[in-house]
Design a protein around this ligand. Structure first.
Ligand code: MG
Length: 163
């Protein structure tokens, strides 16, 4: 059996916060505002994986109203969600992501972000890809006010009797 999952997240960018992408801290003038550490890509990936397995979403598992998730490391949240999904027998075929922000550029950091996510998910980096896009100056992303991430995953589970 195979399942696809889609995740999307957006965070406001403000001064005085770290800019985190898939667990990687990238030098930038502004970073994501959030109850947790604000890692927009980690959140989108978490939702994609949970959605594919129909196991809820990041807001249900780690509600922002719960003080224990204040400033939480989003890679830890991703790892916990992935543990739940794996416990149901799912394996990751691949994960493809887009990060939309005006600056900084993602390309120089792409392989490091891929390795970071792949490490948490326990797969080779060849199963994880990440692309950066700008907002062409349009909308909150284009005006540098926000960063958005999209993630699409494919999960596979061997059913009883399958080779
Ligand atoms: Mg978020």
């Amino acid at each position: 059996m195979i399942r696809v999952g889609l995740g999307r997240d957006l965070h406001r960018l403000v001064e005085g916060r770290s800019f985190l992408v898939g667990g990687l801290r990238i030098e930038a003038e502004r970073g994501e505002l959030g109850h947790s550490d604000g890692d927009v890509l980690a959140h989108a990936v978490t939702d994609a994986l949970l959605g594919a397995a129909a196991l809820g979403d990041i807001g249900a598992l780690f509600p922002p109203s719960d003080p224990q998730w204040k400033d939480a490391d989003s890679l830890v949240l991703l790892g916990r969600a992935w543990d739940l999904v794996r416990c149901e027998g799912w394996e990751l075929v691949n994960l493809d992501c887009v990060v939309c922000c005006e600056k900084p550029r993602l390309l120089p950091h792409r392989d490091a972000v891929r390795a970071s996510l792949a490490g948490v998910l326990g797969v080779g980096p060849d199963r994880v890809f990440v692309k950066g896009k700008t907002g062409e100056g349009l909308g909150p992303v284009g005006e540098g006010l926000a960063v958005e991430a999209l993630a699409l995953c494919l999960l596979e589970r061997k059913e009883r009797g399958e080779p």
